[in-house]
Ligand binder design. Structure first.
Ligand code: 16G
Length: 248
C-alpha cells in the first residue's frame, strides 16, 4: 500500500496524499462550495486505497472545517466562513448588505415582559421594569447563520410595540422610531455546543460546535448614554470567523 501515489509525493502517508488531493480540488474550484463529495466507496475504488484511509483523510478535513458532514446525506465542500470584524458596531442587516448577501429573518418570538433580576442587572434597570424580548433566526442567502435573543429596554422601545421585526432592521428602527443613536457595545464570545432546539433551527447536528456571543449596547437617548440592548446569540461556527485588528 505504501507504494501507492495518489498525489505527487510518495513519501507522504496515503491519507495525507488524499487530503492534499481534496485540498487541490477545492482550491482550484474543481470542487465548489456546497458540492457533495464522491462516496467513501467511490474514493476507495478511484484511488485504489483502503476505506479506513479514506475515512481518516475525510475526518481530518471535516475537523479542519474544509468539509462538512451531514448525517445520512453525505460529505460536502464547506462554504467559506464569513469574516466578521469585532471592532464595528454594525447590524446583521448592514453586514449582509455590505457583503452583497441577501439577509433574511425569521421572527420566533416578540414579547413584552417584566425584567428578570438577571436582565435588570445587565441593563441597569429595576427588576420588573418593562422589556421587549425578541428571538430571531438570521439567514444569509437562505442559509441559517445565527440565532439571536435580544432584550431591549421597554421604555425606549415602546414605539416598536406593533412594528414588524421580521422584515425590518432593529437598529434602523431604534434610530428612526425610538430617537436613539447607537453608540458602542461590549461583546463577549465563547465556544459552545448546539442544544437540540437551536441545532434544529440552525440546521446543524445537536452537539455541533457554535460560537456564543453576548452583546450589550449603549445608546444615546434623550441626551443620556444608556444601556439599551442585551443580546445573546448563537452563531454557526462553520459559517463565521470573527477577527480583530490589534495595535501596539
Ligand atoms: C447583529 C448583532 C445583534 C443586533 C443585530 C441587529 C451580535 C453578535 N450581533 O446581529 O446584537 O441585535 O445585529 O440587527 O450581537 P438588525 O438591525 O439587522 O435587526
Amino acid at each position: 500500500m505504501t507504494d501507492v501515489m495518489i498525489h505527487g509525493d510518495r513519501s507522504l502517508p496515503i491519507y495525507v496524499q488524499l487530503e492534499n488531493l481534496v485540498r487541490d480540488k477545492i482550491d482550484s474550484g474543481d470542487w465548489a462550495p456546497g458540492i457533495m463529495l464522491p462516496s467513501e466507496r467511490q474514493l476507495c475504488d478511484t484511488y485504489g486505497i483502503a476505506r479506513m484511509t479514506v475515512r481518516q483523510a475525510i475526518s481530518n478535513l471535516v475537523a479542519e472545517g474544509l468539509l462538512t458532514r451531514t448525517q445520512g446525506r453525505g460529505t460536502f465542500v464547506a462554504r467559506p466562513r464569513l469574516r466578521q470584524p469585532l471592532s464595528k458596531l454594525t447590524s446583521f442587516t448592514e453586514d449582509m448588505r455590505d457583503r452583497g448577501l441577501l439577509g433574511s429573518t425569521r421572527l420566533l418570538m416578540q414579547e413584552q415582559m417584566a425584567a428578570s433580576p438577571e436582565i435588570a442587572a445587565v441593563l441597569a434597570i429595576a427588576v420588573g421594569a418593562p422589556v421587549l424580548q425578541i428571538q430571531r433566526l438570521r439567514s444569509a442567502n437562505g442559509h441559517p447563520m445565527a440565532l439571536e435573543t435580544s432584550t431591549l429596554r421597554g421604555d425606549i422601545t415602546a414605539p416598536l410595540r406593533h412594528e414588524d421585526l421580521e422584515h425590518q432592521s432593529l437598529y434602523r428602527l431604534l434610530e428612526e422610531r425610538c430617537g436613539v443613536r447607537m453608540l458602542r457595545a461590549s461583546q463577549e464570545l465563547e465556544a459552545g455546543i448546539a442544544g437540540e432546539a437551536e441545532a434544529r433551527l440552525l440546521e446543524v447536528a445537536p452537539g455541533a460546535p457554535v460560537l456564543r456571543i453576548q452583546r450589550r449596547s449603549l445608546v444615546l437617548w434623550q441626551g443620556q448614554e444608556v444601556l439599551c440592548e442585551y443580546v445573546r446569540s448563537t452563531y454557526r461556527s462553520d459559517r463565521y470567523r470573527f477577527y480583530v485588528e490589534l495595535e501596539r
